[in-house]
Design a protein around this ligand. Structure first.
Ligand code: TRP
Length: 338
């Protein structure tokens, strides 16, 4: 069995929050240090274009996400860490894949279908209102990201599983026509990583505007934690750990022993205010050193840029020869070369 190649992208929209940390950043940073693993991590800024029209937002978000991953100890020597738009082979491969992708396959993408459904329900005359070709072809760009580096395993959230399966379909179809050029990827969905709720108790997500930014300045961080929704039980009344956002967040950070202590405090009726203060102190201590590093990087983006450029060089060393092979397979060749 050849070694697995792991690859995952992070769309450059928004500021990293504690839900991202627990769900994606923490496991990825740990994996990046594993000498047994070959990992690619990249900032999907071309994908961000499909969702957003504010130029400053994309670059700001790219900086914040890259700085956060680096501050948390991402091993950029053992893994390859780059920005999608620094790899010109990716948009070229996207076009090549577009020529073998059935339109019907794209019609079935959940994200596209959701946009159409919203239009139909909103009684829009045009079911495709507001749907750009970038949104529609989003899975093809994602397939190029994956197939470019011969990734075998693609760690993603549940919402992205279908896209990875589409990448696999596209690769299969290409291979069927043009020979064994692509490796077929599999999605990897970790059911054990926690999905955190946000301030209002719904899933923490930028689209719900209920997030706690991972590296918010300490005062703001405390303020946000104090805002987390609880029920109206009084101090002294026993509290249930089920359905408690405060407990879930604590649990995502703490050790089993520490969790046992909190459980006991819930049973004994800890006041919500005291629990919030405790949660704030705990997480604040946990991320304090990384926050300092994050602030240093945010103040000096050239350090982050240099890391990304370094990563792009290494990524292109893999992408360029593979693209040559792909071009040759489909007949985009220098005249007289074959
Ligand atoms: N679409 C993914 C998301 O929104 C991000 C992404 C882009 C990605 N390209 C990828 C993930 C390739 C895995 C592999 O989360």
């Amino acid at each position: 069995m050849p070694q697995d190649i792991f690859l995952t992208g992070i769309t450059a929209t928004g500021t990293p929050h504690i839900g991202n940390y627990v769900g994606a950043i923490r496991p990825s940073v740990a994996a990046s240090k594993d000498p047994e693993k070959k990992n690619y991590y990249f900032l999907a800024d071309f994908h961000a274009l499909a969702k957003n029209e504010d130029p400053d937002m994309i670059s700001q978000s790219t900086l914040e996400i890259a700085a956060a991953w680096l501050a948390l100890g991402m091993d950029t020597k053992n893994s390859v860490f780059y920005r999608q738009s620094d790899i010109p082979e990716i948009p070229e491969l996207t076009w090549i894949l577009t020529s073998v992708t059935a339109k019907g396959l794209m019609n079935r993408a959940h994200s596209y279908k959701a946009a159409v459904q919203a239009n139909v329900e909103g009684e829009n005359r045009d079911p495709d209102k507001g749907v750009t070709m970038a949104l529609y072809s989003y899975p093809i760009l994602m397939a190029a990201d994956i197939l470019m580096f011969k990734a075998t395993k693609v760690p993603v959230g549940r919402d992205q599983k279908q896209h990875v399966e589409m990448a696999r379909d596209i690769a299969q179809r290409f291979n069927h026509h043009f020979g064994d050029v692509f490796v077929l990827p599999d999605p990897v969905i970790d059911d054990h990583t926690a999905v955190l709720a946000g301030l209002d108790g719904r899933k923490m997500s930028k689209s719900y505007n209920n997030t706690i930014p991972l590296f918010a300045p300490e005062k703001m961080f405390r303020k946000l934690i104090m805002k987390i929704k609880t029920n109206s039980l009084e101090p002294g009344e026993a509290k249930d750990i089920e359905d408690s956002t405060l407990y879930d967040i604590y649990k995502a950070f703490a050790t089993p022993e520490e969790i046992a202590v909190i459980k006991k405090q819930y049973a004994e009726g800890i006041a919500w205010g005291a629990m919030k203060q405790q949660l704030f102190e705990y997480i604040n201590d946990h991320i304090g050193p990384a926050r300092e590093e994050y602030e240093r990087l945010m103040a000096d983006p050239a350090i982050v840029e240099a890391e990304l450029q370094e990563g792009a060089i290494r990524a292109r060393q893999v992408a360029a020869p593979h693209l040559d092979q792909i071009r040759n397979a489909i007949g985009i060749r220098k005249l007289g070369s074959r």
